[in-house]
Design a protein around this ligand. Structure first.
Ligand code: GRF
Length: 205
């Protein structure tokens, strides 16, 4: 299936996806990389891998809705079906969410539902938790609230700083994100409704 990766920064998670495709561990077709910042380092990673890129700067739009409309039009014009948010620092409106309903996944650097939002690693570090980690989840209309697909934990030890913790979490992100996208691409991931809660079912052969 044809995926777009949305970024705002350095793009190490994008690189992990590119590397996984090259290594034959990820079946997804990475059809487009979109950044909301022209200076995002990830754009060069996409270009080096021969993936088309688009820059849509949010500051050029009067509202979130107008920005999202432009995003949707761009993605549709590239026949994109699925979206991977890889460090994309914009909250999406229903215009975007409805256009790709159930087909948007995000990587977040905490064990959700703990520490949603920005600076998740700092939040975790400052709270004194002994276990931190990352989460890949479907995106709904809340901030980092959608159905959880997979998580990886790391231990927080006394010697850690925010920076070492960030790096430990990032190393896990780089493994789990390509794995989850591969599972989705292969049809191994479905959502069941349990009462009022959607629960993700993984059927990995
Ligand atoms: C990652 O920690 C990701 O979980 C968060 O933003 C960061 C992006 O890093 N959403 P990179 O641009 O992939 O290096």
């Amino acid at each position: 299936m044809k995926w777009a990766v949305l970024i705002s920064g350095g793009g190490t998670n994008l690189q992990a996806l590119i590397d996984a495709v090259a290594a034959g561990r990820l079946s997804a077709e990475l059809g487009l990389v979109v950044s909301n910042r022209a200076d995002a380092g990830g754009l060069a990673r996409a270009a080096a891998a021969g993936i088309p890129t688009a820059v849509i700067e949010h500051k050029d739009f009067a509202s979130r809705e107008e920005f999202d409309k432009k995003l949707v039009d761009t993605l549709k014009s590239h026949q994109i079906e699925w979206i991977a948010l890889a460090g994309f620092m914009r909250v999406l409106t229903p215009i975007f969410l409805n256009a790709f309903a159930g087909k948007i996944v995000n990587i977040h650097p905490s064990l959700l539902p703990s520490f949603p939002g920005i600076r998740a690693q700092e939040q975790a570090f400052e709270s004194g938790v002994k276990v931190a980690g990352c989460t890949v989840h479907f995106v709904d209309n809340g901030v980092d609230t959608g159905p959880i697909i997979a998580q990886r934990a790391v231990e927080v030890v006394e010697e850690d700083t925010v920076e070492t913790l960030r790096q430990k979490i990032l190393a896990q992100e780089h493994e789990i994100f390509p794995a989850v996208i591969h599972w989705i691409d292969q049809g191994f991931v479905t959502i069941d409704q349990k009462g009022t809660r959607p629960i993700v079912r993984l059927a990995i052969p």
